[in-house]
Design a protein around this ligand. Sequence first.
Ligand SMILES: [Zn+2]
Length: 346
Amino acid sequence: MQMNSLNRRKDSMSDQDHEARQTFALASMGHVAYHQWAEQARREHRFNIARLFDALSAARLARAGNAFLRLGLVRSTAENVASAFSGAVIGEIGADRITGVTPFARELLARAQRAIGEGRDLRASELGDLFVCATCGEICEGKLDGACQRCGAVPEAHKAFRAIEAMGTLGPHAIMAFLEQTEDALRTLVAGLDDDLLSRRMDDATPSLKELIGHLADMDAIFRQRAWLLLETNRPTLPPAHPPTLESAAAYRDQPIDVVLDAYHATRTQTLNLLRGLTSAAWHREGYHEVYGVINLLHQANWLISHERAHLVEMAQIRHDLIAADRRYNETSVANIVVTGSNEGE
Ligand SMILES: [Zn+2]
């Protein structure tokens, strides 16, 4: 009798272990898959779909972490260092779905599929704010109403993926710091390279550095128009987003680099003058955007920065490749071009 119940308990323990191993492995993979898909959605400027993938990624991370804890693989730091050295082993797992696991995740993905089928991003009206329980991965849409329905975790233990923060969550201080240093970063990037190299396209798919700087100048001007509307008019509807494309920056390619940099300097200086000294209330002034719904100046500034940051990384790569392909140059390392450590929040 005693033996039997002991065996049964052991069996159910190992079943639980198996389930936890399975969840840990599959949810970890799902976490990475969703994360990579979010990055790609951002590259395609589908920021609401990126927000959906980010939320699903966070949900899978919470599920994986929870299973890892249940496996007893989190102990004291001394023991964890030893485990890390020996390489944590979780044993056999069976292959199964790593994403689209829950019915709600599938419902959200079906909405994204419809929007993409129409060649567009999800609209704010089609994807509410998302809240992911950091303990169990339960996803809640709209607004958070008390503790987690599934595990009882308090609202504070949830990660928010709000439409208004789809572009990033930098506050005024970090925004100004970023916008003030981009011109220096651009000047550092082009220092020592001649006009011919700066006009060169590595291949058909890669723009020249001059075109990219011109494109950033064009985008800065668009942002400033929108910022002005938000600050000077009451709840404006922002003109539909047809920001200037990279192709329309082709004309910058035929201009001397000093002219291109001057164009950037002129627009960014005006932008900084518009934003300098704004109150918190001013940064929170709202307007309406057809895709993102209610947005504010913080949202638009984060939009500008996420765009600029991505192109700065691209430009650093192009510079590296240009120099590597040209015997006349030696690579001099260019440090601190991109601000990565900005403080979030206000
Ligand atoms: Zn929960």
